[in-house]
Design a protein around this ligand. Sequence first.
Ligand SMILES: [Fe+2]
Length: 286
Amino acid sequence: MRNLNAENITDAVIEQFSGCKDERLKSVLNSLVSHLHAFLRDVEPTEQEWTDAIDFLTRTGQMCDDKRQEFILLSDTLGVTMLVDAINHQTSNPQITESTVLGPFYVADPPEAGQGDAIDWGVEGEPFFVEGRVLDDQNKPLANVVMDVWQSDSEGFYDVQKELDSASLRARFKTDEQGRFAFWTVTPSPYPIPTDGPVGKMLELTGRHPYRPAHVHFMLITEGYETLVTQIFAEHDPYLDSDAVFGVKDSLVRDYQLRTPGKAPDGRDMQTPYRYLKYDFGLKAS
Ligand SMILES: [Fe+2]
């Protein structure tokens, strides 16, 4: 293993992994080295460019903490997250709700809330009532499904970006015996992904905008079914066709209906206009 050059170094590196006992790990590394070397032969970086690339990745890692995940943003904005999603969650059954990106603002174990509760703790905005059911692919209601919900406020910010004392616009619900869920929140707005890090710089240098169309995030977990990570987007949003993270699917776009004051679907007396979304989720058996 001497006198290596641009032609033979790839095989030499792959050979070094030949003793790996984990076949999956070995094949992943072989492919990674092959494609990474091919990429470098293609772009022929200068040494300064390669140093800059390593610096970019270093800064991406340094930007991460328990509330900020710059690597997820990088994966999202390069379309990698949606590619992994497409590889893992293909379905031709229209009863099964399609998945999309998790995004960087999910927080594990959000506060628990009850059927019909409001989750707009400490924030103001246009009232928004969301309800629906969780079903299997035969339209059978699924009870006790754990449903985590999280979204931005009406200015486009998540609670973790605002340094609030407690969680807001995120909660954990459980479906009832008929598979139903319901909650009050505020209407989310389109928002820019965080642009104060290396990913924002990349978007700026390449002339891309950082916006995502308005959406509510959902994660549905129950035994015997694949965990569903998805979002329901607002119809007519100006960013539906240029989502910075490539996450929009037609089946996930719904009208956030604007309703006049009066009795809301849960019987609440509304003095102001509000929005209403009804969505039934379909889970795929695992
Ligand atoms: Fe989001």
